[in-house]
Every structure is written in structure tokens, then in C-alpha cells.
Design a protein around this ligand. Structure first.
Ligand code: AGP
Length: 631
């Protein structure tokens, strides 16, 4: 959570527009307040605002408001906040400064022991101007500098006092050609350009400047310098006190800057919903063999024996990624017959899972690769000895680095806070994984080939589903907004239960209306009590062997005056009584286990249109951040 940017250059220029555009690229990480600071000659100039950078930071006004004296600057830092300590307000927005105003810093993470440090600093005479945990860092550094330490050593001494997580970028008027940074638990990378170094909490903000960057690991700090001798960086480790660490820069080539813009779409979410067929196809590319009817997962090639012999699988994830994992779990059990335990990462770390690491493997799923709950649980799993594999979207992210091996999803950058294309790309890998496991356990060659043939058709079927259901979902959304629906539940059986969980999450994230989900058969065991004319039940039920049972449940809901919307395939649609229920038809597939890959699309669109009809921001829903880097 929170977006951090820092720019240092030896070619002085107006850094305000660059800071603002970087903060816009980081907006998905936090958007309740924002701010920048620059070294203007010999003083720090700072501006902070409540709101998202694209709404409240405008370059022309800022230069005037800050009364910038110099023609250009060498150092600027900026921050988008997702409030944890203290309400979103100007006084709590970053950058924070020390008492003298000579030191400015931005921070991502949580300082757990800030209260006792704050008491001590107040007793020593420091003046606090915010309610944040972050501000103690500025005052601690101030004290150390006053004792005669260089800014770097002051930062290192300060870090020793901090419990919790941090990505910190700090500058001082005393060293106007240096930026100092340190990382523990919150992501930080810096980009390398001819005349500048750009440090950020996500490569999104770096890639607009350069495609070459270095990712810092936990325990690392860096000094970034830019002066008449050029740009330089120096990395060290504050845990093992190593001073000079050689780090190989990463260069990303398969990236287009267009990925960071909305293009012709009115929102990132809509763009990403429509990118799903392409993202799904890209994720499958080169990862199966039609001849052998098998998946080819290069990242797991050294672990095939472990996968062949494993008797249990644990999946570990949060939110949308956990629902993708749960769909994958049903699939793996159905196709490969291996018991799968779907663990929520925020729980896993704190409880006992009675499975033997010798015959169990763990798959973790994450879009960002930075989710703190997931990352910490992966570390815990490794400590316990589980072979740990990743299904991660962000190359080089902390989770991708923490696992033994893995398979990248290739969804590209996902900017919309509500995950869409990352979900279906995670399913793409999980479907391949289920096939791989099944082919070593009795699935026939013909069945493997048929499964793959159908998987190959999915992008085309996704495209059809999107174009055939988009307008309909808008009409249904507007109808139910007008009806003032008070209760909504997403129901299904079997593999459609976790799909309903994801649909419910999408709906509540975007509409701010509580949405439930449970297996359809549970309806009669209690939940039916909530059904009345203000309740909507969305039932996911393509034509399969449980279709008739599901039809009974529809009758039960209708008899209580409830509203029903059904997502089904063409054969299912033919058997449903139109008029009394709303029907959403998706293309027919021959293997019913593949339906989740299509079912989610109209349900994403339903949440999207419903939120738009309510006037909500679909890219930046309230209270959320894209990457949850606090536990
Ligand atoms: C999805 O719409 C959510 N914003 C959220 O549930 C997300 O999927 C979850 O926080 C996990 O994130 P990750 O995939 O980056 O680990």
C-alpha cells in the first residue's frame, strides 16, 4: 500500500511534472492523500493534498504555490497515501519533515513501536505535526544527524530502532545530491537512466522513465547520487552490515508504455476486463503440447518428481487470488484426485495445518507478488519445509523471489484495484497445472488432448461472452439499482461456489453493497429467510448433472418473491422459464469444468455497470489499495 517515488538527477530540470505523472502511475497503490517535496536551492519545499494525484495535483498551480525559486531541481520525492495511522488529511499526508524542515521523507509500511518512540521524542522536545507512525522516522534521523552522523548513517541508526515494515526514501538540504533509501517488508526498486535514478515502490512508476532497474531485497539500503561526475548508486545490507553489494540490473523488454494508459477505454477496469481473452491466450502460450495432451510448465520442470508423488496440495492466497486458487482446487481434485486445501494467507501463518511437508506441496497465488499476508505465510511454509511454488503476475516481486519455483501469469499490468484479468490468467495457469497433475495420475491421452483443445478455444469464447453480455449486464444493473436491492447473493454448486465468491467480492468492492455467497444447496438451511422482493439471487448454473436440483432452488426463491438472475449456457437457457427470471447466456462448452473461465465475465461487468450506475469510481473503489503490503 502507499506509492513512493523519488527522483535524483544531475541534469537539473523541473521535476514537478515528473513527480506528478509518477504518482499517477502509482495511484492504484493508495489514493486518499498525496504530496511531494523538492529541494529548491537550499530549502525543502513541500505540498500535500487530500485526494488522488490525478484529481488534486496540477503542475502549473504547484510551482506557483511552492514559490519555487530555482529553474530546475536535482531531487524530488512524492507519495500516495493509503491511511493506516491517522485519517486521510493534509497534516497526515507524506512527505514528513523533521523539526528543522531540513529532512524530508516518504514511507510505505507500518512502524509498530511508533507510540513509545513518539513519547520519547516529545519528551526530548520534538514537535510533531501529524498523527502518523511515519513522522517518528524523520525526528529520529534528525537526532542522529545532530549527533554528527551522516544522513546515511543516521538512517541506518534509525532503522535499528524501528519495528515493523518500511520502504523509506529520505533527502536532506545538507546533502542535496543524495537520496537514501532502505527496505524491510515494503517493496522498493530503483530505475537507472543516463542522467537520473528513480526510486519507486512499484516498477510501474519506473517504466515510464526507464526499463532497467534494480529491486532491493529486505534488509537492503542504497545511496543514490547524482552530481557533476554522473549518477552512482551503492547498495548495502543493514542486517548483516555488508557495505558493498553488487546487484545485477533487470531489463524488461516485452513491455509497452501503453499498458499504463487507459487508451480508448473510460476506465482501467473496463480495459482490463476486455483484455482478458488476450491475457488468457498469452498465459497459455508455449505451455502445452497438443501431441502429448499435457501442460509444459517450464518453471516447475525441476520439480516434476515432487509434483508426481505429492499426496496433498495446499493453496495459499488472499482475496481474488484465493478464489482463483479455490476454483483450481476443485479442478485438481476432480481431474487429478489429489486432496486440495485452500488456505487464506492471513490465517495460515497463525494456525496449525496438520499436513506432512514430506508429501504435500504448496502453491501460492498472487497478482502483485507483494501481499504481506501471503509473503509472510510463504516464508512460514518454507520454514516448515513445504515445497513452495508460486503463481505470480509480477516478475521479480517479493513472492516470486521467495518461492522455490513457479509459473508466471502473463496478465500484464493490472491497474484497476478490482482484479479482473489477473484472476482469469491465474485460472489459466491453474487449469494447466490441474492438467499436468491429472496426466501423471490416470487421465488418458485423449482426455488430455480434449481438455487442451477446449482450453485453446477459451479466448475466442471469452470475446464472444464479453460482446454478447456487456449491454445486457448494463441493463440488468440499472434495473436492480432502480429496484433498490438490499440483499444480493451469488450462488452455485461445485466449481461454481468459489466462482460465486469472486463474483460477490467484485460486487462488494465496486458497489459498496454487502454481497454474500454460499453453495446453492444451503439456501434451504437458513439463508432463505432473507429472501423477499428486495433480495437478488444470482445463480451460476450451466447445464450439468446438477441443473435440475438448481432449478428447484430457483422455484423456492421465486415463491418467496425473490429476484433471480441466472448465468447459464445455451442448453441451460433453453430450459429456463423466461419472464420470471433474468437469464445471462454464455457460450456452450463441452467440459463443464471450464465454465468458470466464462462465467466470471458477465459478473465482472454486472459489478462494473452497477457501480457506474451508482456513480462510484470503478478504478479506485473507496477504502482499498491494489497491493496490500501491510498485515
Ligand atoms: C481483488 O479485486 C482485490 N483487490 C484483492 O482481493 C486482491 O486480490 C488481494 O488483495 C490479493 O492480492 P494479490 O493477488 O496481489 O496478492
Amino acid at each position: 500500500m502507499c506509492g513512493i517515488i523519488g527522483i535524483i538527477t544531475n541534469k537539473k530540470r523541473d521535476l514537478v511534472p515528473e513527480l506528478i505523472s509518477s504518482l499517477r502511475n502509482l495511484e492504484y497503490r493508495g489514493y486518499d492523500s498525496t504530496g511531494i517535496a523538492l529541494i529548491d536551492g537550499t530549502v525543502i519545499k513541500r505540498l500535500r493534498r487530500v485526494g488522488a494525484p490525478s484529481d488534486v495535483l496540477h503542475a502549473e498551480e504547484i510551482a506557483e504555490e511552492l514559490e519555487i525559486k530555482e529553474i530546475g531541481q536535482s531531487i524530488g520525492i512524492g507519495h500516495n497515501r493509503w491511511a493506516t495511522h491517522g485519517k486521510p488529511s493534509e497534516r497526515n499526508a507524506h512527505p514528513h519533515i523533521d523539526c528543522s524542515g531540513d529532512i524530508a521523507l516518504v514511507h510505505n509500511g507500518t512502524i509498530l513501536n511508533y507510540e513509545s518512540i513518539k513519547d520519547e521524542l516529545i519528551r526530548a522536545g520534538h514537535m510533531f505535526t501529524s498523527d502518523t507512525d511515519t513522522e517518528v522516522i524523520a525526528h529520529l534521523i534528525e537526532d542522529k544527524v545532530a549527533e554528527g552522523l551522516s544522513l546515511q548513517n543516521a538512517l541506518l541508526a534509525t532503522i535499528e530502532r524501528l519495528e515493523g515494515s518500511f520502504g523509506i526514501v529520505v533527502c536532506s538540504t545538507q546533502e542535496p545530491a543524495r537520496l537514501y533509501v532502505a527496505k524491510r517488508g515494503s517493496p522498493l526498486s530503483f530505475g537507472i537512466k543516463n542522467d537520473s535514478l528513480i526510486i519507486a515502490s512499484s516498477t510501474n512508476a519506473i517504466l515510464a522513465h526507464t526499463n532497467t532497474f534494480i529491486t532491493l531485497e529486505d534488509g537492503e539500503y542504497a545511496e543514490l547520487a547524482a552530481d557533476e561526475n554522473g549518477i552512482r548508486y551503492h547498495v548495502g545490507n543493514f542486517l548483516d552490515k555488508r557495505r558493498g553489494i553488487t546487484k545485477k540490473p533487470t531489463t524488461i523488454t516485452d513491455f509497452s508504455i501503453d499498458e499504463l494508459s487507459k487508451g480508448e477505454y473510460e476506465s482501467f477496469m473496463r480495459k482490463e476486463v476486455y483484455e482478458q481473452p488476450a491475457a488468457f491466450r498469452t498465459t497459455l502460450l508455449g505451455r502445452y503440447d497438443e501431441q502429448t495432451g499435457d501442460a509444459v510448465l517450464g518453471g516447475l520442470i525441476d520439480h516434476e518428481e515432487t509434483l508426481r508423488s505429492t499426496q496433498n496440495i495446499i493453496t495459499l492466497a488472499c482475496g481474488t487470488a484465493s478464489y482463483a486458487a479455490a476454483v483450481g482446487g476443485v479442478l485438481i481434485e476432480a481431474l487429478a484426485g489429489i486432496p486440495v486445501r485452500n488456505e487464506i494467507a492471513s490465517e495460515f501463518r497463525y494456525r496449525t495445518v496438520p499436513l506432512d511437508p514430506k508429501n504435500t506441496v504448496l502453491f501460492t497465488v498472487s497478482q502483485s507478488g507483494e501481499t504481506a499476508d501471503t509473503l509472510e505465510s510463504v516464508k512460514e511454509a518454507r520454514r516448515k519445509g513445504y515445497p513452495t511454488f508460486g503463481i505470480v503476475n509480477t516478475v521479480g516481486s517479493s513472492i516470486a523471489e521467495a518461492v522455490d519455483a513457479g509459473v508466471y501469469t502473463r496478465a500484464g499490468f493490472e491497474i484497476g484495484v478490482a482484479s479482473t484479468k489477473a484472476f482469469t490468467s491465474q485460472l489459466a495457469v491453474l487449469y494447466l497445472l490441474a492438467l499436468k497433475l491429472a496426466r501423471t495420475r490416470g487421465m488418458t491421452l485423449q482426455a488430455g488432448r480434449a481438455f487442451l483443445a477446449e482450453l485453446e478455444r477459451i479466448p475466442e469464447m471469452m470475446q464472444r461472452t464479453l460482446s454478447e453480455t456487456d449491454e445486457l449486464m448494463r441493463a440488468y444493473a440499472e434495473k436492480y439499482v432502480a429496484k433498490n436491492i438490499r440483499t444480493i447473493n451469488f450462488l452455485g454448486r461445485g466449481i461454481h461456489v468459489p466462482l460465486g465468491q469472486e463474483a460477490a467480492l467484485k460486487f462488494k468492492e465496486l458497489t459498496y453493497i454487502e454481497a454474500g455467497n454460499y453453495p446453492l444447496g444451503e439456501l434451504k438451511h437458513g439463508p432463505i429467510a432473507v429472501i423477499d422482493k428486495h433480495a437478488l439471487s444470482v445463480i451460476i448454473m450451466p447445464k450439468d448433472e446438477l441443473f435440475s436440483l438448481s432449478k428447484n432452488s430457483i422455484e423456492q426463491i421465486l415463491s418467496k418473491d425473490g429476484n433471480v438472475m441466472v448465468v447459464t449456457d445455451e442448453a441451460g437457457a433453453r430450459e429456463l422459464k423466461k419472464g420470471s427470471i433474468d437469464v445471462v447466456t454464455i457460450p456452450t462448452l463441452s467440459n463443464p469444468l471450464l465454465y468458470p473461465l466464462l462465467e466470471i465475465l458477465p459478473l465482472q461487468l454486472f459489478a462494473y455497470h452497477y457501480a457506474r450506475a451508482l456513480g462510484n469510481n470503478v478504478d479506485k473503489p473507496r477504502n482499498l489499495a491494489k497491493s496490500v503490503t501491510v498485515e
